[in-house]
Design a protein around this ligand. Structure first.
Ligand SMILES: [Zn+2]
Length: 262
C-alpha cells in the first residue's frame, strides 16, 4: 500500500475509535412531567464533554499508552540534524503520521524547519514535549540549573511553534529521579514521558539495524523513541510506514491520549 492508502487506513481507524466512544448520557425524566403535556426543556445543561480519546495527564512516569488497543506513539527527540527534522516534517505531511517531538532548543534544526512544522503543530498532528534546552544529564545539576534548562526550552517551544501548554517532559538520557520529576512538575510538566521501545538510533545505525529495532518494538500501545539526529532513519521511512500498516498500528501523539484538563 502506498502512503496515501496508509493515510486513509489511519483515518478510518480514527473514525472507528471515535464511534466506539459514543457519549451516551442517561437523562432522568423530570418528575413534574405529565403525560400528554408539552415536554419541558431540560433544566440543566449537559456537562462539557471531554474530547474523544483524551485523559488528564498522569502525574509521574509513563512508558506505555493506557488500556488496550492498536495505537502506537512514535516520539522523536533532540534534532541534531536540520535535514532529518525536515525529513520527518515532510513524512508527516505526506502520510498523516502523528508524531510527538521532544526538541532541544539548542539545535537550529527546529527554527530551520519551523515553517513546515507549525501547521502540523497547530492541527495537532504533531505534539511537542520538553526535552530541556541543552540536553544535559539533569542529575548532575543543582535545582536552579535544572529549572533553567526546562523553562528556557519551554519558552523556546512557545516562541518557535506557538505551542500551548504541554504536560510532557522527557529527561535527556532518560536520567531522572524524584528531585528532577518534582522540578519538572513545578515548571509545568507533570508527566515524565519515558518509553518502552526504541529505534536505538541515538547512535549511527545501518538501515538493517534500525529496521530490526523497529520490528522488535513496534507494538500495540507502545511508546517508541527515535531521534532526529542521524540520516539513517530517513532512508527507511517507507519501510517503517509499511511495518505500521502490516501490524495494523495507528499512530497517535501523546497529546491525542493525554491533555491538560481544561
Ligand atoms: Zn535526547
Amino acid at each position: 500500500m502506498d502512503r496515501r492508502g496508509f493515510v486513509l487506513l489511519m483515518a478510518a481507524g480514527v473514525l472507528g475509535a471515535a464511534v466506539g466512544r459514543g457519549t451516551a448520557e442517561l437523562v432522568a425524566e423530570p418528575t413534574s412531567w405529565i403525560p400528554g403535556a408539552v415536554r419541558p426543556a431540560a433544566a440543566t445543561p449537559s456537562p462539557p464533554v471531554q474530547p474523544p480519546g483524551t485523559l488528564p495527564p498522569p502525574i509521574g512516569v509513563v512508558d506505555r499508552l493506557p488500556g488496550t488497543g492498536t495505537r502506537l506513539a512514535l516520539t522523536i527527540d533532540d534534532g541534531v540534524s536540520s535535514a532529518v527534522v525536515g525529513a520527518f516534517a515532510e513524512l508527516a505531511a505526506d502520510t498523516g503520521l502523528r508524531l510527538t517531538f521532544f526538541p532541544n532548543g539548542r539545535y537550529r534544526s527546529w527554527t530551520d524547519n519551523a515553517r513546515a512544522l507549525r501547521p502540523l503543530v497547530e492541527s495537532g498532528q504533531v505534539a511537542l514535549g520538553n526535552h530541556t534546552w541543552g540536553h544535559p544529564d539533569l542529575r548532575t545539576l543543582d535545582d536552579a540549573s535544572v529549572a533553567e534548562e526546562i523553562t528556557r526550552n519551554r519558552r523556546f517551544l512557545a516562541d518557535v511553534f506557538g505551542a500551548g501548554e504541554t504536560p510532557f517532559f522527557r529527561p535527556p538520557y532518560g536520567s531522572h529521579d524524584a528531585r528532577i520529576d518534582r522540578i519538572a512538575a513545578d515548571c509545568g510538566h507533570p508527566t515524565v514521558a519515558m518509553w518502552e521501545g526504541t529505534l536505538a538510533d541515538h547512535r549511527v545505525l545501518t538501515p538493517d539495524e534500525l529496521l530490526a529495532a523497529a520490528r522488535q518494538w513496534f507494538a500495540a500501545q507502545s511508546i517508541v523513541i527515535g531521534h532526529a539526529n542521524h540520516a539513517t532513519v530517513t532512508t527507511v521511512f517507507d519501510e517503517l510506514v509499511a511495518l505500521l500498516e502490516q501490524r495494523s498500528l495507528e499512530t497517535v501523539t501523546l497529546a491525542d491520549v493525554w491533555t491538560h484538563p481544561v
